[in-house]
Design a protein around this ligand. Structure first.
Ligand code: PEP
Ligand code: MN
Length: 348
């Protein structure tokens, strides 16, 4: 941490700042510039409050040098985290990107879900997604089939071998979800539900945290820090679009730059969701390609056997034929990127 003093700060004000820091057991190094004096703070800063120092007389600004997230940062853990599932599928590092596909919500037509799952398997996808507990903006909208939906997902896994990703909305449901899911998804709306994040730190199953629509990348990484700091290192991040000023043509603004940024500052895998990121099915393919080229460790997108009649998010869901075409195109991109080459642009 660096403390920049005002150009007209007095020697007393500078001394007061230095004493304050040293009294907290930290070391200081004062650099006298021609215009400004600067105090470098050396040592563990967890016991000091930067906002309080910033408010002291004579202080112009505080510059934090270390990131506030620790366990999820590259500094603490330079190697990429790679998560391995029981069937050998891996996510992260230089592993080939994974594809997570399925309907927004699991609906009562099991055969529809199975058709999607069979097509997903055929196209080389590794995960079947589908919400059984749905976070809906309106309390009058379909809220999900709950345990019945989880049973459907497990049944589809049995028939196809696909792994299951599904959303957890409440700490009370974690034990139930662990019986059925391979990855527990924290939805964008719950990204800062700290009690939920802490509870997910106490399980072993991988957790995928979606970026909140108004969350910064730093806040996303701090959400992941909650899970890791509570004991679960198996965290996947998901960029799913943020609120921009222009929602005329797309639902959200998909932040492609977040992918290399996350990979620069964190060792955790990052997945991209172009369905929620754009709200339009025609944008899944171009945005999915962009995400892969930018270094995403996988994609999540919505597929429904009958999007026109979907209970949720039909407009951003592909039908099965469209899904096959899009996935063929995405698989071509995956095939062209040299993931074995340690010097490829996806290595940071
Ligand atoms: C979802 O993946 O079904 C979902 C609700 O996404 P998000 O939390 O990103 O809105
Ligand atoms: Mn959805």
């Amino acid at each position: 941490m660096i403390i920049v003093m005002e150009h007209n700060a007095t020697a007393e004000q500078l001394n007061r700042v230095v004493k304050y820091i040293e009294n907290k057991g930290l070391q200081t190094q004062v650099n006298n510039g021609t215009v400004l004096n600067v105090v470098a703070v050396i040592g563990d800063k967890s016991g000091i409050n930067a906002e309080n120092i910033a408010a002291m007389d004579g202080v112009r600004e505080i510059k934090k040098i270390q990131e506030p997230f620790k366990l999820v940062s590259r500094v603490a853990h330079p190697e990429d985290t790679v998560i391995t599932f029981s069937n050998g599928v891996k996510i992260g590092g230089l592993e080939k990107p994974v594809l997570m596909v399925g309907p927004c919500s699991v609906e009562k037509d099991f055969d529809g879900l199975l058709k999607v799952a069979i097509a997903a398997k055929e196209m080389g996808c590794q995960f079947l997604r589908g919400g059984a507990f749905k976070p809906r903006t309106s309390p009058y909208d379909f809220q999900g089939l709950e345990e019945k939906g989880l049973q459907y997902l497990a049944k589809a896994r049995e028939k196809t071998g696909l792994l299951v990703v599904t959303e957890v909305m409440d700490t009370m449901d974690i034990a139930l979800l662990c019986q059925y899911a391979d990855v527990l998804q924290v939805g964008a709306r719950n990204m800062q539900n700290f009690k939920l994040l802490k509870a997910l730190g106490r399980i072993k199953k991988p957790v995928m945290i979606k970026r909140g629509p108004a969350a910064t990348i730093k806040e996303l990484l701090l959400a992941a820090e909650y899970v890791v700091a509570n004991g679960n290192p198996n965290v996947i991040l998901c960029e799913r679009g943020i609120k921009g000023f222009d929602n005329q043509y797309s639902r959200n603004t998909l932040d492609i730059a977040a992918i290399p940024i996350i990979r620069k500052y964190s060792h955790l895998p990052v997945i991209v969701d172009p369905s929620h990121g754009t709200g339009k099915r025609y944008l899944i393919e171009p945005m999915g390609k962009a995400a892969l080229v930018a270094g995403a460790h996988g994609l999540m997108y919505e597929v429904h056997h009958d999007p026109d009649n979907a209970m949720c998010d039909g407009a951003q869901s592909l039908n099965i034929e469209q899904f096959k075409d899009v996935t063929r195109a995405l698989n071509k991109v995956i095939g062209r990127i040299d993931y074995d080459n340690k010097n490829n642009p996806q290595t940071y």
